[in-house]
Design a protein around this ligand. Sequence first.
Ligand code: SF4
Length: 882
Amino acid sequence: MTRTTCPYCGVGCGVAVMDGMPRGDEAHPANFGRLCSKGAALKDTLALPDRLIAPTIDGKETSWDAALDLIAGEFLRIREQHGPEAIAFYVSGQFLTEDYYVANKLMKGFIGAGNVDTNSRLCMSSSVAGHVRAFGEDVVPGCYEDLEEADLVVQVGSNMAWCHPVLYQRLMAARARRGTKIVNIDPRRTATAETADLHLAIAPGTDVLLWSGLLAYLSNQNAIDGDWTARHVNGLAESIAAAHAMAPSLAMTAAACGLKVEDVRAFYALFTGTERVVTLYSQGVNQSASGTDKVNAIINCHLATGRIGRAGMGPFSLTGQPNAMGGREVGGLANQLAAHMGFLRQDIERVGRFWKSPGMAKAPGLKAVDLFDAAHDGRIRAIWIAATNPADSMPRAARVREALARCPLVIVADAWPTDTTKLARVVLPAAGWAEKDGTVTNSERRISRQRAFRAAPGQARPDWWMFTEVARRMGFAGAFSYRGPADIFREHAALSAFENNGTRLFNLGALADLDDAAYDALAPVQWPLPRLGQAGPRLFARGGFSTPDGRGRMVPLQMRLQEGSADFPFTLNTGRIRDQWHTMTRTGRVPRLMTHVAAPALALHPADAAARGVTDGALVKVESAQGSTVIRACLDAGLRLGEAFLPMHWTDQFSSSGPAGRLVHGLTDPISGQPDLKGTRVKVAALSESWRGVLLRLDGAEPEIGNKVWWAKSPLTAGVAFQLTGWRALAEEIDSEPVLRRLLGISADAELISYSDTRQGTFRYAGITHGRLTGCAYFAAPGAALPHSDQARALLGREITAMQRIALLAGLTDSGAKENGRIVCSCFSVSEAAIRAAMRKDGLTTPAGIGAVLKAGTNCGSCIPELKKLLALEPRQLEESR
Ligand code: SF4
């Protein structure tokens, strides 16, 4: 058995692999055997098609030597001619700590610039900045057990039921045992909000006011812990004064936050009256133009009450990516240096001594948004992008693509082709999750080993190896003589302890002497480590902050609100959905993970949609000052009026709608530099459609189709399916049989069978090659129903019988079964239609009852919030679904 970790979210679940089959690791303290829907589908990602398996230069396959020599030579030349600041690395929270360490050392210690930034800038850099302001160091003070020991859990800007599902289930299990109260603060009524005792649908951007109002309320109620704050905290009086000035009354606070007074009062009273409070926060807090202030507004309330570092209490930042925390420990953000040291002169000199650096970076580098701006205007002349896809995920994605097109040397290391690899001069094939060795750190500071259990395909190599080889070729062989990740980890641990007299809590010195076997066997370990003073899973209960005087810092805050815009009346929120990860490089290729949500859609409140003549599923044009797209709408009464929500995952590879980043503005938090990914102003207009369709192709290729057609692609067990909608006449899109054959992906000698009913506006085609179904398309005019395609999907690539031919053109199944439709439980492929039918037929009233009949929700449990939502439907709503 190989013990490793899940490569997706920051919960950091342990995975045990036996006979090549990944399962939840019952011994891992993050998950105790549980995995969510994404983790449970890891086995389906092991042999995905389209891997990058050889280095390429200018699109031509080459050797590693040629690619690495070119990179090293160009780096030396550019550094000589334009200075070290003309070179940049943009890396990833998907990196292992060892990858991060080598990239960071090469850039900051040997190339001599600070330009290493990471996609974690988009994820949690506001939490980092808030921690440093309050604690003097980027430290999460609590642990997962606190969620189970709290009497009140406040979730802020966190849809943890979908984004941190295993941790959410730990919380739900604890609540069932001890009756934990849950308050959810989120503009959207998400799956997580559905299960809260109190949901505060806050107006976007007003969190600082709500939390300052709480601080003022705590002060009015004499609920400040005077003794503790006197011993351990600075800034109390100033922060309380600022809170009173900002939030003079509860009524004013509630009105400005768009909330009912009684709800705000109930939240404040719960927080005030409950000793054991954990506040969980995530991207709704971080991805904001005032993200750092939001973090400090939350921490202020915990510091003022002394509710930190004890069982069941504290502020808790939920990290998005599997190793964003490890990157923070290494110093992988441009404004950090290394090992929780910054760019103070003594830190630069200390790290320089340790690395024996020939020329250290003297100042912080460029943060992500500024970094791509610098590539756009020619200041950056070489950029190495690894394990991330900024052509889709960055704000102002079109400008980022322009920047990469202009930059003389773009190097991209990845395991699969992406919209970013298309823009690279040099593409390097990277080893993937199952093929790499190293460590990751999860949201509760727990370091776990990720262990390889498969050989990397072709010439794919780990990222640390690529950076090491380039460093050697640049003349730094002595400082980059690593034989493997164990060497790198030992050096990383030693640096954290180097000249560390206790001022830096991040200190892995006790692990610096691990031999290779001990590194291989390393069990999950949480820092601070047991033999180094502040040991244990919690910090700061007795002070001991990483500030010069050891005291925590409350921060007096002011609220900064963004202006509205009459031209762009909607606020666009972007975020994750349950079964997808980032830009879908892996999860978008797994059929069962695409059955829950098969296509991107812009969610609108039904009243906003009705005011614009938009119906559920209709096409809309969405426009911001940065760009526009066409996409289907979906109605969601859980949104506030004037707000829209768009999943962050889809790219040009998976839908004509392209990435959400194309719309998102470039505004950032002034302290952390984190982009405001949830506050772009947009306008939305209905687009009248001419036809709808579904296209199935065995060859998996994208259809050649005009630019007046919206499409979204999802993989099938064999081939792919496309949803299509056109806004000019179908006859203009498909005006001849050769065009139809190209659309179906069949050759001129393949058999083409068809059925058409021009009066009804329905057209059906199937391409059969040597008796096997190789392509199929159904089209329908607006108002006409598209036939079921489940049977055609199942038959794609298989030999078909005469009856099946007839059924295909009739749009029926040969068994007469109904179409499944949307899948709710992806572990057991249980559809919403099947669940509703069973609820009606068997009178089911609990998720356990549904599980007993259909198995839904009995494996990973990620769908349980949706089961509860279905169970909450009125009988009339159930009937409507018949
Ligand atoms: S919660 Fe899910 S995605 Fe996150 S680490 Fe665990 S199994 Fe992976």
